[in-house]
Every structure is written in structure tokens, then in C-alpha cells.
Write a protein that binds this ligand. Structure first.
Ligand code: T3D
Length: 261
């Protein structure tokens, strides 16, 4: 698959999407957003890809919406249509992908670029990264899912502080607040990320997809509703070949080989 503004590859069942506009810290243009949505759909459909790693080329992860598009006079840009057409399908597709997603955060993540990292399941970051809800700095408000994901990750109060101040959160604070799962030296970022990605890629794909849906359901429903939903998922998981394979492998003292059936 040929893309102009990102790199897409699959290796050892791990798909990588690398935003590739390094001179702007991977700011999001319409063309890049279109390619990114297309690439996430490709991961969804691919039988070879079991895990997605999203990252950026150069020194930035993603600096959010390309600010050049804000040069138009107020009223000339239809922001609602832009969000509906470009950002919302992408964020939904990423968050609902039935495969684990890891943001390999190689550098600064700002505005909608931070939203992209938040919409992934896990975030592994290199020392020196910074995060900013930069929207307010240009008189805007969080979008592309930030106001959904951020308070769930770091709590209401810290999310409000980030959103209202546009403050830069440094790497240690991000780890301490639970914004990222792991903070690693920059020269270990790829090894750490792909180590985890490959471990997840060898897991049972159907169960991993269900775990994502189960956790999302649990975050938004009562205990009673969640217990019922867990039961449904467990019935589904228990009926898979992968479950039988894992139990057989356990007694054979062999590692299971999961086929996604
Ligand atoms: O349209 C809609 O649908 C609404 C959606 C809105 C979503 C949003 O994301 S709004 C928020 C947009 N993003 C920002 O406001 C962040 C802007 N960038 C920055 O604040 C800073 O660049 C960073 C804090 C991210 C990094 O700072 P620093 O000092 O490390 O780098 P820098 O020197 O500012 O940037 C390096 C280059 O990237 C620079 O270009 P130059 O001078 O070397 O030619 C800079 O202009 C460019 N760049 C950085 N961010 C953007 C950008 N170019 C276009 N758009 C950007 N967002």
C-alpha cells in the first residue's frame, strides 16, 4: 500500500503506522487524516496484523491539526463538517479496532495529536516526551476524543488542568499521572514497544478484541450490567478453538498457538 504522508508496514503480525511529516512534527492535514483513516481500516481488515503500533517520524509524535488550515477567516472553515468527516471516523475506528493498539510516543503530542495517542489502548513513551492539550492556547477546546479519554485516564481534575491551561506535561509527570503505561530511554523505545506488541500478537485475538469491548463497557455501566456483559463475553470466549487450544497446551506444558478461531 502506497501512502504519501505516512509509512505503513506489517512485520511479525504487528502493523506499524508512522506519521511522516517530520518538518511540522507530523501536523495533521486533510490528506494525512485521509491516509491515516485508510491505514487503520487496512489494519482492521488484515489477517496478518494482530496489533497496531502508531508512531511519528522525526522528533514529534503529532502536533495536532495543521495550523496552516486556520489561516482562513473565521466562518470560512466548516469545523463541524471537518470534525465529522475527518476526525470522528478516525477516532472511532482507532478506539473500536478489535486489535490491541499501542501509541509509541517518540516525541511531543499536542492537540489532536495527543487525542490520537489517547485513543490507543496503551502508550509507551520515550524519555523527553511532552504532552499538551494545546487547543486552549489557540482559543479552542479539546476535540477528537480528548475530553472522553483524558479524564478516564488521569482523572477529572488533572484533565481539567491540562485542558484549561494547555500546560506541557513532561515525561515523568505523564508516567506518574497514568497518561502513559511505560516511560523508557529513547534508544529502547522500539525494542520495548515491539517486545510488547509481539507478546500481544501471540495472544488469543478474539479474546483480546472482547477484552477491549468489555473494559469500555465496564467504564460506562453499572456493576450489575457489567457482570451480565462479562458473562456474555465469557460464553463467547469459552466457545473458541483458542480457548480449547490454551487449556490443552497448559496440560501438555507447551505454549499455546492461537489462530483467532
Ligand atoms: O479543524 C478542525 O477540525 C479543528 C481541530 C483542531 C484540532 C487541533 O489539534 S487544535 C491544536 C493544534 N495544534 C497546536 O496548536 C500545536 C501547535 N504546535 C506547538 O504548539 C508546538 O509546535 C509544539 C508544542 C507542538 C512543539 O514545540 P517545539 O518548540 O518543540 O517545536 P516548534 O518549533 O514549535 O515546531 C517545529 C516546526 O513544526 C515549526 O516549523 P518551522 O518554524 O521549523 O518551519 C512549526 O511551525 C511546525 N509546527 C508545529 N506544530 C504545527 C506546525 N505546523 C503546522 N501545524 C502545527 N500544528
Amino acid at each position: 500500500m502506497a501512502y504519501q504522508w505516512l509509512e505503513y508496514s506489517i512485520d511479525d503480525q504487528v502493523a506499524t503506522i508512522a506519521l511522516n511529516r517530520p518538518e511540522t512534527l507530523n501536523a495533521l492535514t486533510d490528506d494525512l487524516l485521509r491516509e491515516l483513516t485508510d491505514a487503520v481500516k487496512a489494519v482492521e481488515k488484515s489477517r496478518d496484523a494482530r496489533v497496531l503500533v502508531l508512531t511519528g517520524r522525526g522528533r514529534g509524535f503529532c502536533s495536532g491539526q495543521d495550523l496552516k488550515s486556520f489561516n482562513a477567516e473565521p466562518g470560512e472553515r466548516d469545523i463541524a463538517a471537518h470534525l465529522d468527516h475527518y476526525y470522528h471516523p478516525l477516532i472511532r475506528k482507532l478506539a473500536n479496532l478489535e486489535k490491541p493498539t499501542i501509541a509509541m510516543v517518540n516525541g511531543v503530542a499536542a492537540g489532536a495529536g495527543m487525542s490520537l495517542a489517547l485513543a490507543c489502548d496503551l502508550r509507551i513513551a520515550a524519555e523527553g516526551v511532552r504532552f499538551s492539550q494545546a487547543f486552549v492556547r489557540i482559543g479552542l477546546v479539546p476535540d477528537s476524543g480528548s475530553s472522553y479519554f483524558l479524564p478516564r485516564l488521569i482523572g477529572h481534575s488533572r484533565a481539567l488542568e491540562m485542558a484549561m491551561s494547555g500546560m506541557m506535561v513532561d515525561d515523568r509527570t505523564a508516567l506518574q499521572w497514568g497518561l502513559i503505561n511505560r516511560l523508557v530511554p529513547a534508544d529502547s523505545l522500539e525494542a520495548e514497544t515491539y517486545g510488547l506488541a509481539k507478546a500481544l500478537a501471540s495472544g488469543p485475538p478474539l479474546a483480546l478484541g472482547m477484552i477491549k469491548r468489555e473494559m469500555a463497557f465496564g467504564a460506562a455501566h453499572s456493576l450489575d450490567e457489567t457482570l451480565e456483559r462479562e458473562k456474555d463475553f465469557q460464553v463467547e470466549a469459552a466457545a473458541t478453538e483458542d480457548h480449547r487450544e490454551a487449556v490443552t497446551a497448559f496440560f501438555a506444558k507447551q505454549p499455546p498457538v492461537f489462530k483467532g478461531r
